[in-house]
Design a protein around this ligand. Structure first.
Ligand code: 5GP
Ligand code: MN
Length: 341
């Protein structure tokens, strides 16, 4: 974090403040880990903090320290609005634009008179905050919260709770330290977090060895629905609402499925289309290898975005039309896909 941003934040925090910390809709390990880690730190500095998530999060993240105290906007709208009304400062973590919290929370944030601070690693950050700490090279927002604490007060301020949350965020967003965003510094930060009490093996178990039998069956269905387009180095998976219902789908169950498509030899672009009848959309996750930017692809065609190699978006057409449209768009990217690796 640069000196100027550090100074602005230090000034904001120089007396006890009412602080709300918000992650993106459909919070993942990084949104939760960065928000909870920051919250424990700010509480330790004498501030009054609330972590607010737009909607609920997967069961395999419910063990995270502080998770029980998270306010879920969709479940407690009045209490959330009241808390936001009293906020002096709103931290927005792990997203680059207020639209990422969904409606109607977005409108509440836009109307808020609190000072906003953004900490995020997604591309093209919007300009709504009084202090913006944005770095697209960072592995995770959790890693950025580590640097944030370091810049403000030094890492002596880390506790076991902070370390566990930040480690979980870094671990989940880097695919357990395998994605190219994992830098030497990421490993150094992880080492420091382990020294401060993050239990790496237990965190891995909590996150990855907590599958319901239904989730594994749903993975079987997804793998059966794998389609390959080898000439365009692309693979995609589909899941219908019916297939989800038949396997007792719970939030987070499809997390990571798209990586199986990307793991096929020669594939550089992988997509999963997941039907959501309740929201009348198809939610889409994109993953890529090398130079093929799924952030651009998601922005150009699916009102989405994210990072170069991991992005998301949605379609309001039905599943079949969405897939047909995708297949018709794809040949335009033939050269980029051929040269991606
Ligand atoms: P996932 O595919 O795991 O949901 O998301 C991959 C990455 O893309 C994450 O960094 C996530 O924040 C971002 N992302 C997912 N869905 C959307 C979306 O609809 N819009 C934008 N702008 N980013 C998204
Ligand atoms: Mn993230």
């Amino acid at each position: 974090m640069n000196k100027e941003t550090t100074e602005v934040v230090k000034n904001l925090l120089n007396s006890p403040q009412n602080i709300v910390i918000i992650g993106h809709r459909n919070p993942d390990g990084d949104a939760l880990g960065s928000c909870l880690g920051l919250s424990f730190y700010l509480k330790g500095e004498g501030h009054n903090t609330t972590v607010l998530m737009p909607n609920d999060f997967p069961d395999f993240l419910k063990w995270m320290p502080g998770a029980d105290d998270i306010l879920i906007y969709e479940k407690e709208i009045e209490k959330s609005n009241e808390t936001l009304n009293q906020a002096d400062i709103v931290f927005t973590l792990d997203f680059n634009d207020l639209s990422r919290v969904g409606d109607p929370l977005r409108g509440v944030l836009e109307a808020s008179s609190a000072n906003f601070v953004m900490i995020d690693h997604h591309q093209q950050p919007s300009d709504y905050a009084i202090a913006t700490y944005s770095d697209v090279k960072m592995s995770s927002t959790a890693e950025m919260v580590y640097h944030f604490i370091d810049a403000l007060a030094g890492i002596d301020k880390l506790s076991k709770e902070i370390a566990t949350n930040l480690y979980t965020g870094i671990m989940t967003d880097t695919g357990s330290f395998r994605f190219s965003s994992t830098s030497p510094t990421t490993h150094k930060v992880a080492a420091k977090l382990i020294e401060t009490g993050a239990e790496s093996a237990i965190i891995h178990q909590n996150v990855y060895d907590n599958n319901s039998p239904e989730r594994i069956k749903l993975l079987g269905v997804a793998l059966n629905n794998l389609h390959l387009i080898p000439e365009l180095h692309t693979a995609y998976i589909t899941l219908t609402q019916r297939e989800l219902d038949e396997n007792n789908f719970r939030k987070g169950d499809t997390e990571g499925f798209v990586n199986y498509a990307l793991s096929v030899k020669g594939i550089v672009f992988a997509v999963i289309f997941i039907e959501n009848k309740q929201e009348s959309i198809v939610k889409i996750s994109f993953r890529s290898k090398g130079t093929f930017s799924v952030n651009d692809f998601a922005r150009n065609h699916y009102s989405g975005g994210g990072h170069i190699n991991a992005a998301g978006g949605k379609s309001s057409q039905d599943l079949n039309k969405t897939i047909n449209e995708f297949i018709s768009i794809l040949p335009r990217y033939k050269n980029e896909l051929a040269n991606a690796q």
